[in-house]
Design a protein around this ligand. Structure first.
Ligand SMILES: [Mn+2]
Length: 293
């Protein structure tokens, strides 16, 4: 019996060799500053394991998305303080960008997004960020570090414009920060009008976009396995509708999926996260290029 390939999608060499692949999956099992439930460092491995059980055919797009070539890099293991981590993540992402691959970072805690954004900002100076996250993450610093995972959007907004969608948990001070700076926030509670909600996201992003998905943006009934769960979240269709529109209308130049905190018994959240990554790759590479019949 042949061994199942140990990569995202369990792809044979032909579809996962780095040189031939359009996509590089960058696993970063980094976890230093999480504050509540620990375990997001196990997420990259759990997502890759779950991805081996996905169907590679996407019925919505009528394509085998893996045909683009999806290469899974060795995990970037960093045990250092966040400042060091950010520069190491940036270096890894820049290498992937210079090799003309589309970067997909899988965390690990949310602070890694700062490193990948810094890499993309060098290539795309006008980049803007779509953050899908239950939390505002706008604290100036938290527990003595400005790179704490609770500060990621504060750091990102120092470097580019952003839209924060799905938010439903923040401090009074963060709410003041949003008002004072006129930050664009699409609250989870307003998603009942999904068409208008998505249009407002699009209207507030530049052409080049980086998407960061904190898996706690989903309702915990769908993804309970996160470090800081919050009720009232987005469902599967909400997230697909929003991301699909952004891939269609903008130039998405990379994305990350962070903060999953795998459960030791239920693999559902791991699988949903793996499938989300695969759906987003399908949207990136096949939305415009419709299959000809
Ligand atoms: Mn969050």
């Amino acid at each position: 019996m042949s061994k199942i390939p140990d990569n995202f999608g369990a792809l044979e060499d032909k579809y996962s060799e780095y040189k031939k692949s359009k996509v590089a999956i960058i696993p970063i099992p980094y976890e230093i500053t999480t504050t509540y439930i620990k375990g997001t460092k196990k997420a990259p491995r759990a997502i890759i394991e779950a991805s081996k059980n996905m169907e590679l055919y996407d019925e919505e797009l009528d394509r085998v998305v893996a045909d683009i070539g999806i290469s899974t890099l060795a995990p970037l293991k960093i045990t250092k303080k966040p400042g060091v981590m950010v520069s190491k993540v940036k270096t890894r992402c820049l290498k992937v960008l210079n090799d003309n691959k589309f970067p997909v970072v899988i965390g690990g805690e949310h602070s890694i997004s700062i490193g990948s954004l810094f890499a993309l900002k060098e290539k795309y100076p006008d980049i803007s960020v779509l953050s899908l996250d239950a939390h505002a993450d706008l604290r100036g610093e938290y527990e003595g570090s400005k790179y704490n995972h609770a500060c990621v959007m504060a750091r990102i907004r120092e470097h580019c414009d952003a839209v924060q969608a799905g938010v439903r948990s923040l401090s009074f001070e963060e709410s003041e920060t949003i008002k004072e700076n006129h930050y664009k926030v699409m609250w989870a509670k307003d998603k009942t009008n999904i068409t208008g909600w998505v249009k407002e996201i699009l209207d507030n992003l530049n052409k080049d976009v980086y998407i960061t998905v904190d898996t706690d943006v989903f309702d915990p009934s769908l993804i309970p396995a996160v470090g800081t769960p919050e009720p009232g979240g987005l469902d599967w269709d909400d997230v697909l509708t929003a991301t699909k529109a952004v891939f269609k209308e903008k130039n998405v130049v990379g994305f990350d999926v962070v903060e999953l905190c795998p459960d030791s018994t239920s693999k559902t959240a791991d699988f949903i996260t793996a499938k989300l990554i695969y759906k987003m790759l399908g949207y990136k590479f096949f939305l415009v290029k419709k299959r000809r019949n």
